[in-house]
Design a protein around this ligand. Structure first.
Ligand SMILES: [Zn+2]
Length: 140
């Protein structure tokens, strides 16, 4: 087992569990077109729940929306300046293709941000000493 990442930002970037920074949030590769969104119900390392409540990830749609708006600007502004304001269909096709290609990444990071911000888990380097920290019932 590799050492946990100390930084929560790096653990988020690496899509690791918010509590132990070791367990992977997603069970398949981002390139697996049919399974890229699959998450285990809980962390395979520390047991932290990855779905704190039913429908938890509906809220990540807002984060996905923000990522897609950013994608629109990141693609549209260079198109405008580098290609001299092309026809509207060029913007629509280019932004759509880039957004579709980024879908696995955007979905994964939206869910990870949702879990880190609202999942109720904080990094615990000594998680193995506090086995049931998620319920708060078994600590000392
Ligand atoms: Zn974990």
């Amino acid at each position: 087992m590799e050492a946990p990442l100390e930084s929560s930002s790096l653990a988020l970037l690496a899509l690791r569990c918010p509590r132990c920074h070791q367990g992977k949030l997603f069970s398949h590769s981002a390139l697996n077109i049919s399974k890229f969104a699959r998450m285990p119900a809980q962390c395979p390392v520390c047991g932290q729940s990855f779905e704190p409540e039913p429908g938890f990830y509906f809220g990540s749609m807002y984060i996905t929306f923000a990522f897609n708006v950013a994608t629109m600007f990141a693609v549209g502004i260079p198109l405008y300046f580098l290609f001299g304001d092309p026809d509207t269909w060029v913007y629509v096709v280019t932004v759509t293709v880039v957004a579709l290609l980024l879908t696995p990444l955007i979905l994964r990071y939206s869910r990870a941000i949702m879990l880190y911000l609202f999942g109720g888990a904080r990094y615990d380097a000594d998680w193995h000493k506090h086995r049931h920290a998620t319920t708060g019932s078994n600590d000392f």
